[in-house]
Design a protein. Structure first.
Length: 422
């Protein structure tokens, strides 16, 4: 397929340049496991819910002229991406906790370009909105972010900086350091990878290093289901903030964590037992985290705030419930690199069972290439299509300045749950 790009050279000369643009996403399970597990839980608990998502570029990037047009073409190609029997068989074998009824749903699933609107403003900034049934649109986020990231490097002529032979060595070295330090870790890098090949190289290098000798640490696997299948690894992941944020839109933020934990228990019966607690900060979550939930869930994931402070809050909560925190897993996933993970591990191993989900540092760490700082966040929901209005929601981060949503909604939620910023 030949796509014609409109390239602007200066202020006067404009040219059309033919570029044989590849389809970026070609595998249905080239996605993070947590999107599929959440999709299952959504169908099970909120089958008629509808949602809206919003794209945010925290770097306020100016995208190349014509970027949104090509992005829309890439979105249209998703309509041809369907799950294969090989992918279904792999998930049935590895994801024992997913109920069998979910697989016929995946087999019949089809993307629609009509769920997404993407455009650029006069300054070249990218805008993207998603709307539709939650069970459908939930499978778009990671794929769209991966497309945007890879497409940006293609259209800005940076793909010649992606030296995959050197990158294999770089990833192997990271793995040897983490494994040698005793770290238990996973690849979480699909969303902002430099390219599909970059993540493929990383996962291959990590597995090769793991198999090269006996280590005190463990490469657990990858969040990317397709690459887990390709390299016979375990796909890892549970949930994202959107699960709690959508429930907050439908019912209010005070009890959203409680309702999310109940829904998760209803679908997975104790499996996939790592809860992402920081959608609205530690305080309101801790009020919802009763002893039965603390015993049910195997652990918690820290995705914002100071890792050490958050860990001590978790430790104190478990102790207050009479639970030994050293028996509980704490997954760290907040903007980690190799050095930070090793340092946290040395500290945390005396308090809990630490584990690490590392993303962009693994899949977009090429010399001379600046990783994108992009997210897609759920911003509104309604429990049924029969409602004639949506309720707004937001995400309140423990990292100051990283709240996501309309300013007035953020303030309302902060006031409602007494959220305090340091």
């Amino acid at each position: 397929m030949v796509i014609w790009f409109f390239i602007n050279f200066g202020t006067e000369n404009h040219h059309f340049i033919p570029i044989n643009m590849k389809q970026i996403i070609t595998h249905f399970t080239d996605d993070d496991l947590y999107k599929l597990s959440m999709c299952c839980a959504v169908i099970d608990n909120y089958p008629r819910a509808m949602v809206k998502y919003m794209f945010v570029d925290r770097n306020n990037t100016v995208y190349p002229e014509g970027f949104a047009d090509e992005l829309n073409r890439q979105i249209a190609t998703l309509e041809s991406v369907v799950v294969t029997e090989e992918e279904l068989d792999f998930m049935k074998r590895k994801c024992y906790y997913i109920p069998n009824w979910f697989y016929p749903y995946l087999k019949g699933f089809r993307f629609s370009k009509d769920w997404v609107k993407a455009w650029q403003d006069e300054e070249g900034h990218l805008h993207l909105e998603i709307e539709g049934y939650w069970a459908n649109t939930i499978l778009l986020e990671v794929k769209l972010l991966a497309i945007i990231s890879e497409l940006f490097y293609i259209m800005t002529g940076q793909t010649d900086k992606l030296d995959y032979e050197k990158y294999y060595t770089k990833a192997y070295d990271k793995a040897s350091r983490l494994l040698g330090a005793g770290c238990c870790y996973s690849d979480f890098g699909t969303r902002r990878r430099a390219s599909f090949e970059a993540e493929d190289v990383v996962v291959r290098a990590m597995k090769d290093c793991q198999n090269s000798q006996k280590w005190s640490g463990t490469f657990v696997g990858t969040s990317n289901v397709y690459l887990a299948m390709k390299y016979d690894l375990t796909p890892v992941g549970t949930m994202a903030h959107e699960f709690v944020c959508a429930i907050a839109a439908m019912y209010g933020p005070q009890m959203a964590n409680y309702m999310a934990m109940e829904a998760w228990r209803n679908t997975f019966r104790g499996a996939l037992g790592t809860f992402l607690y920081d959608s609205f900060g530690w305080h309101v979550f801790s009020l919802n985290f009763s002893e039965d939930f603390a015993n049910l869930f195997k652990g918690l994931r820290i995705d914002s705030g100071d890792n050490y402070e958050q860990l001590q809050k978790i430790v104190a909560k478990y102790k207050s419930l009479g639970i030994d925190p050293r028996s509980k897993q704490v997954i760290f996933s907040n903007a980690l690199d190799t050095d930070r993970a090793i340092k946290i591990h040395e500290y945390a191993k005396d308090y809990c069972l630490p584990s690490f989900g590392i993303g962009t540092h693994f899949t977009n760490d090429f010399e001379g290439v600046v990783p994108m700082n992009i997210v897609i966040k759920l911003v509104a929901a309604k429990i049924t299509e029969s409602w004639d209005f949506y309720n707004d929601t937001c995400k309140l981060s423990e990292d100051k300045g990283k709240h996501t949503g309309k300013p007035e909604v953020i303030r309302r939620y902060m006031d409602t749950i007494k959220f305090k910023e340091d």
